[in-house]
Design a protein around this ligand. Structure first.
Ligand code: SF4
Length: 302
């Protein structure tokens, strides 16, 4: 079978087995933007409920722009990586000012919004406005490299080469489904470490397929079981305590603050006064990121 049939096979598979995700039921550019920002550092399963809750709180770009930053952080915080909330809020305010609350379709115009990178611009352009642009995330890059170039590991490929390949592969009139299908295949079948070639719709055409078993065998020889261990929880890291601080401040009444000692005890049961400089450093960094406000020895959500 010739490679020209590859789009048909992938699109037919997507029609049968594509994931039913809430952001695939809308063409609202704002809702798609929210989903894409949430998906950047969080797995799909965790994003789904938070996406619905966030849109219930802030149903439009204008509603988000009009909210206080503290309200947005409160709504976002269960998802983590709260800096995204600050950036999304700022982006909404800029979009309301510059585009009257309507996100533009053109990826170049979207890129004028601070913090909106090429991937998100392409995703909004394609998934909201149906523009024929490739949407290339890590999963898509890996599938394209394997299926079309025979490259088992796409990480060394120059971004330009991947961009050209993705643009060339885009089937006319099917950009939306094609991009979503590549994402699904990369997330559920052609995964980074354990591709399930035997149940892949592209098995007969994929250029990397003949090497995959050898590659997997060599990889399991190289990597001892410890290499597979799930990353130890980030408990104890700065990121962990940053999240705990935001959670503790969410728990107090809106507009209320906590003094540093109370905050320390809320995030760390064995907190001692000697750790106040460490805590102050953490909250000052959160303040620089726009997540909290520090008023003398008291802290509140920004
Ligand atoms: S055949 Fe294997 S390597 Fe090729 S696209 Fe499918 S899962 Fe990936």
């Amino acid at each position: 079978m010739s490679q020209e049939f590859l789009p048909d096979l992938l699109l037919a598979w997507y029609a049968r087995q594509g994931r039913d995700l809430p952001w695939r039921h809308t063409r609202d550019p704002y809702a798609i933007l929210v989903a894409e920002v949430m998906l950047q550092q969080t797995q799909v399963e965790r994003v789904v409920p938070r996406y619905r809750e966030f849109l219930a709180c802030f149903p439009s770009l204008e509603a988000l722009a009009a909210a206080s930053r503290a309200e947005v952080i409160r709504a976002w915080a269960p998802l983590g990586y709260n800096l995204r909330a600050v950036r999304l809020h700022a982006l909404a305010q800029q979009a309301v000012q510059e585009f009257g609350g309507h996100l533009p379709a053109d990826p170049q115009a979207l890129r004028r919004l601070k913090g909106l990178g090429p991937y998100t611009a392409a995703a909004v352009a394609c998934f909201a406005f149906d523009l024929p642009v490739p949407v290339v995330d890590t999963n898509v890059r890996r599938v394209l490299a394997r299926a079309l170039l025979g490259e088992v590991d796409a990480r060394h490929l120059p971004p330009r080469q991947v961009a050209a390949l993705a643009a060339q592969a885009l089937p006319a009139g099917r950009a939306y489904d094609w991009n979503q299908a590549l994402m699904d295949l990369g997330a559920t079948v052609c995964t980074a470490l354990q591709p399930a070639c035997a149940r892949c719709p592209l098995e007969r055409l994929c250029l990397a397929r003949p090497q995959m078993e050898r590659w997997q065998a060599a990889r399991s020889m190289r990597e001892r079981p410890a290499d597979y261990r799930v990353n130890s929880p980030f408990q104890g890291s700065s990121r962990y305590y940053r999240g705990r601080i935001v959670d503790a401040l969410r728990a107090v009444a809106e507009g209320a603050s906590l003094d540093l000692l109370a905050l320390g005890r809320a995030i760390k049961p064995d907190f001692e006064a000697a750790e106040l400089p460490w805590l102050l450093d953490l909250v000052q960094r959160l303040e620089r990121d726009g997540l909290v406000r520090v008023l003398a020895d008291r802290v509140m959500l920004a």
